[in-house]
Design a protein around this ligand. Sequence first.
Ligand SMILES: [Zn+2]
Length: 379
Amino acid sequence: MQYCNKCIMPATRPEQVFTDGICDACHSAVDKHDKIDWDQRSVEFEEILSKYRGDGSRYDCIIPVSGGKDSCYQAITMRDKYGMTPLCVTHTPCDLTEVGLKNLNFLRDQGFDLIQISGNRKSYKELVRIGFFKLGDCCWPEHIGIFTAPVRIAVNYKIPLLIWGENSQFEYGGPAAKKENNFLDRNWLEQFQMSGHRLSDVVHDGVELNSIKTLLYPDDEEVNEVGVTGLFLGYFEKWDSKRNTDMCCSMGWNKNPDGPVEGAYNDFENLDCKWIGGLHDYMKFIKYGYGRATDQLCIEIRAGRMTREEAVIALRNSSEGQVPWKYIPDLMEYLNITKEEFTGNLDRFTNKMIFERDDETGQLIKDEDGNLIRRFFPG
Ligand SMILES: [Zn+2]
């Protein structure tokens, strides 16, 4: 398996392009730290905001939030640095954690109004089932709701400006055409968030579109009438998740109380949903051979806070690749499935080429905790 020479990202990452042995996210990082004129971008941003900024008597922008450190940073920055009057909008995840709820309340305690959109649990559960069994992504509807609910509110409340956080294609790698994008629209959503599965396909699985309204992107006509514009704050200022975390923590925001999230290196990402931190990332691991810790350690390398050697050691010591058992009983109960159905589905989505198998039977080899054994590791 090929790994980037600068960071520890394998070539199995979808949409990843390697040039001269270096992944495109590392190439973007050079632009981010050395080439981009951030002062110029900030001037550009101020020009745009001046067209939208109100006098405080009504909301002049929407901040899509999960309660995570990045979205809290966005809300606080837009209000305190740029003088905007944000309305925060969240889409309730599959199963909200205790710390996730605390962090949404943190935002409200900081003086922000929050609209929480929650789809009906009956249909939502069926979408989680489709995500888990058909797409190998238990949080599939969650990825969609995060992006559609704020746009729906923008249309309904007639607030045209949406401020998103980082452009993940720029920070984590993706098609060059989308890296230099400063805006998010329906195309972006469909290309990067839908796992190649259209919402309209769910009718074949017995889910009525009328029962999942919170997840449907508004019609082009509605979007155009309000003039909805979604911008990435990460295009206009140099994005730094660690800075965001430090700022939020200093104000009372909560990290994960149990230390690093299962499968992750750090303790401050993907805290809001019981499954997005552990199982969602584990399902990525069995498909592509890397998980959340790799993503996070690559960011540390690119930011110059860690050498590649240190990251390899940290990855070895992390829980990446271990089955995240903590909240799996909740998922089995939620979907009303047995442990055999659960593990059988994981095996179906496991890329058999990148894990050890029995020579004779071809079966995947697992340790007593059900963990797979990697055939490849960054060296
Ligand atoms: Zn790289």
